[in-house]
Design a protein around this ligand. Sequence first.
Ligand code: PEP
Ligand code: MN
Length: 260
Amino acid sequence: MNLKPLLSENQANKPLVIAGPCSVETPEQLDRTVAGLVEAGIKIIRGGVWKPRTRPGSFEGVGDIALSWIVDVKNRHDVKFAVEVASARHVEQALGHGIDVLWIGARSTVNPFTVQEIADSLKGVDIPVLVKNPVNADIGLWIGALERINKAGIERLAAIHRGFSNFNEKLYRNSPMWQIPIELKTRFPELPIINDPSHISGQRHLVLGIAQMALDLNFDGLIIESHVDPDAAWSDAAQQLTPGDLSTLLRSLHLRSGFS
Ligand code: PEP
Ligand code: MN
């Protein structure tokens, strides 16, 4: 793969921390969450606009309207913003609203048609793209998706380890299967890997342990879900942390692993 640093020099803290709500819900929820995260030192916010939910009837994201709220929030706070894209139309909308970072979700990475459509829509565009592992434990699909995006000319590329779905696992929502991201790192040493302890753990009290494990394994960053009022979140309520709790978590990682 042809790779360039994911972010410019002055943003390239290791570990990189991206945080924000599972979903953008309302202008107020977004603004209050981002304000809290800025206070916690976060510079890149995540937020789902179009949500690929497993079953129908769940909240599927507020859609395009959220992009204008993101534009507003970026005018008020000095942050970059990452959203999930799952189609060429999403890419077009996101780029048209100045979104800074794109990610491909676990339910899209499994589908080469979807990944190729996204890749084709990114030709000639220079934007960081993060590719989540596929929902199933298939490193080939993960690598294939990364290669499709890279072949489209995206060189600011990273992988997100969000764990793998399973039938029997009790403790974690998605099994970490650490050997898979470790194998990816062995094959592509230059490719940054960001851990998503929120979607692995599924429960907020388990996020710290997973994040610590990732740093101990020398992952390049973390993407963590944070919401101003987690229990009232419209998606993934059990795993989100308040910005205050996220700040405490990051300081505790600092004590244990020299995080800065
Ligand atoms: C998300 O990041 O909110 C999400 C839907 O994650 P995943 O694609 O990992 O399930
Ligand atoms: Mn989520």
